[in-house]
Design a protein around this ligand. Structure first.
Ligand code: SF4
Length: 245
């Protein structure tokens, strides 16, 4: 589906929006997002602590916003359970964006345990491409990334261009601290991922996520023993080499 050019702000407009939103709260940014993008915006979540807060806000503000999860078919059972729990609590369907390539087809094409032999390719197949497809008829998406999570995210902006998907990306919780996140979850009794209570500071796919083991990094346990810290969906297209997967 062709995307309307009006969807995309100029660099100058993005800069102006970021100045305007410097001290603006997450809820106001969500409201602005819906006013601007109507039903052509969606909230993406992997059901981390930031994501459940955004889901709660969308529900509380009664925003007609689609919510989706990139389902790699490799998520923890606890993640699928939380997905259902949130749908029940908020009475809102959370859509699945997933590759059509089953795990056995992936193994036949690329070998067993692609997440070990070539995790970038695995993330590309199971996360980056499904996101691209899901956003192909949207103008914008919302993510729960925060500056404190990775070196790369430290440079993110509340309003960004996602060049890979040709949409605007909005990060309403970008400046939130861990204590703001957990205070909000507890004060509002928002359902959250059980693995946080079992020593996992960050939760992704089952094969690529481990408990922190004393490492204090907010992304500890993700792609353990590798330099990889991002699956690619938050790199806004800057990681792609021409002709790459
Ligand atoms: S996080 Fe791991 S299992 Fe999940 S898509 Fe990426 S490499 Fe594959």
């Amino acid at each position: 589906m062709e995307k309307k050019e009006s969807a995309l702000f100029t660099d100058n407009e993005i800069e102006q929006l970021n100045s305007r939103f410097e001290n603006t709260g997450a809820e106001e940014i969500l409201i602005w997002s819906v006013e601007n993008f109507g039903d052509e915006i969606a909230l993406g979540t992997g059901f981390g602590a930031s994501g459940v807060i955004l889901i709660h806000m969308v529900y509380k503000l009664q925003l007609p916003m689609k919510i989706f999860c990139l389902d790699t078919n490799l998520l923890f059972d606890e993640t699928y359970a939380l997905w259902k729990q949130l749908e029940l609590r908020y009475g809102k369907k959370i859509e699945s964006a997933a590759t059509a390539l089953s795990l056995s087809e992936q193994a036949a094409a690329y070998g067993n345990n692609l997440w070990k032999t070539d995790p970038d390719r695995c993330c590309h197949i199971r996360k980056v491409l499904p996101l691209q497809r899901y956003l192909s008829d949207k103008k914008a998406w919302i993510s729960g990334i925060r500056k404190s999570q990775t070196e790369h995210r430290r440079n993110a902006q509340k309003i960004e261009r996602d060049a890979l998907n040709n949409v605007i990306k909005i990060n309403p919780l970008l400046n939130w601290t861990d204590s703001m996140i957990w205070d909000t979850i507890h004060q509002n009794d928002i359902p959250y991922h059980r693995l946080y209570d079992e020593g996992y500071p960050s939760i992704g796919c089952r094969p690529c996520t481990a408990p922190a083991n004393g490492n204090g990094s907010p992304r500890a346990g993700r792609w353990e023993n590798l330099e990889k810290t991002e699956c690619g969906i938050h790199l806004n297209g800057h990681h792609l080499k021409s002709g790459s997967r």
